[in-house]
Design a protein around this ligand. Structure first.
Ligand code: GLN
Length: 493
């Protein structure tokens, strides 16, 4: 049975903002809202597989606490009683956290990631931990050590990755919003594939304390939601300085909702040619043209003249830097301190070899090998150092465009979601992130917002990239586009 709202819509179809209003108005309890989402999980999870761990009992306890708080008349925190989900790369005190890897099959963290404690402090109810590519390396969630996740729009297709579980859970209405992480596109590409909103904030806007590190100069945490407004609500709570993460900006967080309805008038939006060239499928290109026309006919100025000649180097640069950083970050998984550890070999070294041999999957091993090679004596200057120099060139090209433009518009991914098993060549898989990686390389905020439909009725994502720390303008334009385009974010059922 499906729980309904007073108007007859299903509770799991509410947006975060709508559910919040209903709770405050007293015509909905967090318990019924949370139970409706748990029921929805029970109904859809056998086919979608978005979660690694569902924490139903804890969720209902948190919901009851939220209801008690609202009933007491205290002004509740912004997310009080609202059910959300967390990518399994975020530390959750007392709840198993695996990063999609056998290596961490038994890790029960003794502390919460900063974003998790902030969501708890804001009153959110956590439904559990979502599936992902192992250690966030991948674009399809097929590299989870546990099971693949399906795209709710077409169960034979991938949801994207690495935060595929978080994107699919929102698209399947299993939660009102979720958190993911984005190192080269892992929030925006699955958002695009699953027809939902996904925001990667500025590098340093959101604390990474308690995020299991992949590539520390690129990693960032952000929200998945059904609407841009909901993304702003979640970002508002998780953003801001954190003494536990020295890479976090010590600057105040603006009121994102205050700017979100300002519209498009007078905004200059660049559409650099390099973002609209190689590798994009025709259906995606068509959707992009329609989106650009809509923006242009509603007050924005679209400028297609800017050039960013170094942009095609972003993908190769990423595949030097990200594996290099990952080879350093993943060195800690030696079987001694936490997680999986092989025992009983001839020596400490053979136990370590067995631990890493069994604990890591193929893609993770490939990245570690690539990174160790790029960092090794004799190759460091040719690869790592060179990549850092090109990274600086790419950053400068963004700075030049933003000196004269408010935002950059681009496709999120070159294709719609592909069938499970269709991409077996690692390089082909890496090409999924060709349009998302540049924002990570330059540390810029970027959103994917539903931008129409392509082949076989699958969603296409429109990407907006903003200047450093200007999430407000990114959200403003994304919200204006969302209102104008009015794309459905609901797969049937
Ligand atoms: N797909 C990219 C990779 O495999 C990006 C992953 C991410 O953003 N975490 O590295």
């Amino acid at each position: 049975m499906t729980a309904n709202t007073p108007e007859g819509g299903a509770l799991h179809d509410l947006t975060l903002a709508e559910a919040r209003q209903r709770l405050l108005d007293g015509d909905l309890t967090s318990r019924s809202l949370t139970q409706a989402h748990l029921d929805r999980i029970a109904q859809t999870e056998p086919s979608v597989g978005a979660f690694i761990t569902v924490t139903a009992d804890e969720a209902l306890e948190q919901a009851d606490a939220a209801d008690a708080l609202i009933a007491s008349g205290d002004i509740p925190s912004p997310l009080t009683g609202l059910p959300i989900a967390l990518k399994d790369v975020l530390m959750t005190q007392g709840t198993r956290t695996t990063a999609g890897s056998r290596m961490l099959d038994s890790l029960i963290p003794p502390y919460d990631a900063t974003v998790v404690s902030r969501l708890r402090a804001a009153g959110a109810v956590s439904l559990g931990k979502t599936n992902m590519d192992e250690f966030a390396m991948g674009s399809s969630t097929e590299h989870s050590a546990w099971h693949p996740t399906s795209n709710p729009w077409d169960l034979e297709r991938v949801p994207g990755g690495s935060s595929g579980g978080s994107a699919a859970a929102v698209a399947a209405r299993q939660c009102l919003g979720s958190l993911g992480s984005d190192t080269g596109g892992s929030i925006r590409q699955p958002a695009s594939f699953c027809g939902v909103v996904g925001l990667k904030p500025t590098y340093g806007r959101v604390s990474r304390y308690g995020l299991i590190a992949f590539a520390s100069s690129l990693d960032q945490i952000g929200p998945f939601t059904r609407t841009v407004e909901d993304a702003a609500l979640l970002l508002q709570e998780i953003a801001g300085p954190d003494p536990l993460d020295s890479t976090c900006y010590d600057v105040p967080v603006p009121d994102f909702m205050g700017q979100i309805e300002r519209g498009l008038d007078g905004l200059r939006i660049a559409a650099p040619q390099e973002f609209f060239s190689d590798g994009m499928d025709d259906d995606v290109a068509e959707a992009m043209e329609t989106a650009l026309e809509l923006l242009a006919s509603n007050g924005a100025e679209i400028d297609r003249t800017p050039r960013m000649p170094s942009l095609p180097m972003a993908l190769p640069v990423y595949y030097i830097l990200a594996p290099s950083e990952c080879s350093a970050n993943l060195a800690r998984f030696d079987g001694v301190k936490y997680g999986y550890g092989a025992r009983g070999g001839e020596s400490m070294w053979s136990d370590m070899e067995a631990t890493r041999g069994h604990g890591f999957g193929r893609e993770v091993k490939r990245r570690i090998l690539l990174g160790a090679y790029a960092l090794s004596a004799g190759y460091y200057d040719a690869y790592y150092l060179q990549a850092q120099k090109v990274r600086t060139l790419i950053r400068r090209e963004f700075d030049r465009v933003f000196a004269e433009h408010d935002l950059i518009v681009a496709p999120t991914a070159p294709t719609v979601a592909f069938k499970r098993g269709a991409i077996t060549d690692p390089y082909q898989m890496y090409l999924n992130d060709i349009f998302t990686i540049p924002a990570n390389i330059a540390g810029l905020p970027a959103i994917s917002v539903p931008g129409g439909f392509g082949a076989d009725g699958m969603p296409v994502g429109l990407q907006l990239v903003g200047p450093r720390l200007d999430e407000a303008t990114v959200l403003q334009v994304a919200s204006a586009y969302e209102r104008l385009a009015g794309w459905s974010t609901a797969p049937d059922g």
